[in-house]
Design a protein around this ligand. Structure first.
Ligand SMILES: C[S@@+](CC[C@H](N)C(=O)[O-])C[C@H]1O[C@@H](n2cnc3c(N)ncnc32)[C@H](O)[C@@H]1O
Length: 313
């Protein structure tokens, strides 16, 4: 079988620095130090590279397809296991073998890969791989919709094309609010087509994308986890119009995005949930002064596999 990795098909190395930060704000050092850690669907290996600096006891990075090559950025002493699809987690990773599983921007994708597995199944398999008392940290696109998705789309490509055409008409409007809705919608359609994000049914039966947070939490509860934290992490900032910049200029701009986000997300102000929205608004204004981005929410959940008997009574 020949297949190309998700990352190669999308030139992810170029786009990834634009869309999210998710390093210090994704996993804290005290969860990692001295623990057996799995980075599930590790992508380019940049999260593993960071986690290795936090002193894990061991680090294992995985990829979906068996043919995917070990990422260059993966530290030498990290184990590499390719061929861990969302439905094969418990087949490829031993039960009770990990203290911490990281799944950064992964669990919203599997339904598009013709796997029958969905979020409940992924979380319950991860619970089997975790030792009692072990932790899972996930982040995902939180549900967002597109104007015009009043019914669940059977023909996704047709629906996206039609929505894009309608949005292009709005962009021509004299009304700045209508123009803004048009531009945001164009950006969202391009984001969905770029990522290959599978459609999800919205709370009122319309077509949208990303996971609905109440359903996501239900999935954690059904799989027996104790949910420790749920938060709006940062906006997913998709650069829908990079203009005619060269490859080098785009890479430099991506590095600038990462640096500006690092400064904001490691600031003491950002650690305070009540002050965070103002930080995020400023970051967004700042990034938009560099290039056009559309943004959708990212949610992060931290949950623990309870130690048996610990929570009883
Ligand atoms: C947005 S990328 C995130 C990659 C990496 N975790 C990161 O943050 O850079 C989405 C990842 O989900 C993986 N993925 C999609 N469907 C999957 C499936 N059925 N099983 C396992 N991984 C899957 C893709 O291979 C890709 O690596």
């Amino acid at each position: 079988m020949t297949c190309t990795a998700w990352e190669q098909e999308r030139d992810w190395a170029t786009i990834r620095p634009f869309v999210y930060y998710q390093l210090e704000n994704f996993v804290a050092g005290d969860l990692v130090a001295g623990r057996d850690v799995v980075d599930f669907s590790a992508g380019l290996g940049d999260l593993s590279e960071y986690v290795a600096t936090l002193g894990p006891k061991s680090l294992t990075a995985t990829a979906h397809h068996p043919e995917v090559e070990r990422p260059e950025r993966l530290p030498d002493d990290a184990a590499w296991v390719a061929g861990v699809g969302a439905q094969d987690i418990t087949e490829r990773l031993a039960p009770d073998s990990a203290d911490l599983i990281l799944a950064r921007m992964v669990i919203q994708f599997p339904t598009m890969e013709h796997d029958t597995v969905d979020v409940d199944d992924i979380l319950s398999q991860m619970s089997t791989v975790l030792r009692p008392g072990g932790t899972v940290v996930v982040s995902t696109h939180a549900y967002f919709d597109l104007p015009g998705g009043d019914t669940v789309a059977d023909d996704l490509d047709g629906y996206l094309l039609e929505t894009r055409e309608e949005a292009a008409r709005l962009v021509e409007s004299d009304d700045p609010i209508v123009r803004r809705i048009g531009e945001d919608t164009l950006g969202r359609v391009d984001l969905v087509r770029y990522l290959g994000l599978p459609p999800r049914e919205g709370p009122f039966g319309a077509t949208g994308f990303g996971l609905k947070v109440p359903m996501l939490l239900q999935s954690f509860f059904r799989s027996g986890y104790r949910v420790d934290l749920v938060e709006d992490l940062e906006p997913f900032t998709y650069p829908y119009h990079l203009g005619d910049r060269s490859g080098d200029a785009i890479n430099a701009l991506g590095a600038e995005f990462m640096e500006r986000k690092r400064q904001a997300f490691t600031s003491p102000e950002y650690q305070d949930a009540y002050r965070r929205p103002a930080v995020l608004r400023r970051v967004l204004e700042d990034l938009r002064s560099l290039t056009a981005v559309t943004c959708v929410p990212i949610v992060r959940v931290v949950a623990t596999r309870p130690v048996e008997g610990f929570n009883e009574g």
